[in-house]
Design a protein around this ligand. Structure first.
Ligand SMILES: [Zn+2]
Length: 275
C-alpha cells in the first residue's frame, strides 16, 4: 500500500499496477498531452459550478445567451462587471484567490519540465496550472484573471487596460476592438487561436491523460476520442466513472492529487529503466 497525498484515499496494489502500466506508456510516448477539468480544481477547494455547494446553484446559472447579451450591450456588461454586487464570477474569484495548486497540478508541471508533456489543455478558468508553474497552458474556456479583445484575441492583464467608467466598454489598444473578460461565456465561440492549437496538439498526440473531467462538453469531449481514432492511448484519471471510462485505454479510479504524482513517479522510473 502506498500512502497518498489525499487523506481519504489510499492507492491499492491493483490501482498501482494500472498506474505503472500507464506510466510506462507515458514514458514511451512521442507526443503526450493532457486534458484537465473541474475535478482537479475541486481538489484544490474551488467549488464546482453545479450540484450541491455549486457556485451556479447558489448564485443562479449565467444566461445561456450571455455572449449575445454582451454583444448587444457591452457597456451594460461592463457596468455589471464593475458593480459591487456579489455574483457567481465574483464568488469564483474569491474562491480562486484562496485556492492553491494541488499535487495533481504540480505533477503536470514536472512532466512538462522533463519533456514528458507536450501540451496541456484545460477547461478550468482558475489559473491554477499557471500558478503551479506550468509554462504553456491552452485554456479553452479562458482565464478569469485576464481580459481579451474579441477582435484580435490579445489577452491583457487587467492593469494593462484603463477602464474609464464614463466611456465603457474599454477598447483594445491594438485594434480598437471591444475588450471583455477572457472567460468564454455561454453562446461564445472558443477563441480560434486556442481551438486551433488544441487540434494541432491532438493531431500529433499518441498518449493523452484526461484528468478530472467527464469530457462531455464540446470541444473537450471530442479530443480524447480523436486520440483514440488515431490509434492513440487515453489514460483517464477520475474518482468517478464517466462517459469516457468505457472507451479509455486505461481508467485510473482515484483523485488526481493522489494518482498523478504516482503516475509521474512510474513514468520517470520507466524512462530511466528502473521499471
Ligand atoms: Zn484587439
Amino acid at each position: 500500500m502506498t500512502p497518498s497525498s489525499d487523506t481519504d484515499f489510499t492507492l491499492d496494489e491493483t490501482l498501482d499496477a494500472a498506474i505503472r502500466d500507464a506510466g510506462a506508456r507515458l514514458a514511451r510516448a512521442a507526443h503526450p498531452m493532457a486534458l484537465t477539468g473541474a475535478g482537479l480544481s475541486v481538489e484544490s477547494g474551488i467549488p464546482p459550478f453545479r450540484g450541491p455547494g455549486g457556485i451556479w446553484t447558489k448564485y443562479g446559472e449565467p444566461p445561456m445567451d450571455g455572449y449575445q447579451r454582451f454583444l448587444r450591450d457591452p457597456a451594460a456588461y461592463w457596468r455589471e462587471r464593475l458593480s459591487p454586487k456579489q455574483d457567481w464570477m465574483r464568488a469564483l474569484g474569491d474562491a480562486v484567490r484562496e485556492a492553491k495548486p494541488n499535487p495533481g497540478h504540480t505533477s503536470f508541471v514536472e512532466l512538462e519540465r522533463r519533456g514528458m508533456l507536450a501540451a496541456l489543455v484545460t477547461q478550468n478558468i482558475d489559473d491554477l496550472h499557471r500558478q503551479a508553474g506550468h509554462r504553456r497552458v491552452l485554456e479553452i474556456h479562458g482565464n478569469h484573471r485576464l481580459l481579451r479583445c474579441v477582435e484580435c484575441n490579445t489577452r491583457f492583464d487587467p492593469e494593462e487596460i484603463a477602464v474609464d467608467t464614463a466611456a465603457l466598454p474599454p477598447l483594445c489598444p491594438h485594434c480598437n476592438g471591444i475588450v471583455k473578460s477572457d472567460i468564454v461565456h455561454f453562446g461564445e465561440p472558443i477563441p480560434q487561436d486556442v481551438l486551433r492549437a488544441c487540434f494541432e496538439a491532438v493531431a500529433k498526440t499518441d498518449v493523452m491523460i484526461v484528468a478530472g473531467t467527464s469530457a462531455t462538453v464540446y470541444p473537450a469531449a471530442e479530443l480524447p476520442f480523436e486520440v483514440l481514432r488515431q490509434g492513440g492511448v487515453v489514460i483517464e484519471v477520475n474518482p468517478e466513472p464517466s462517459d469516457l471510462s468505457a472507451a479509455a485505454t486505461i481508467s485510473l479510479r482515484g483523485p488526481g492529487a493522489a494518482v498523478l504524482p504516482r503516475l509521474l513517479e512510474h513514468a520517470v522510473a520507466a524512462r530511466e529503466g528502473r521499471a
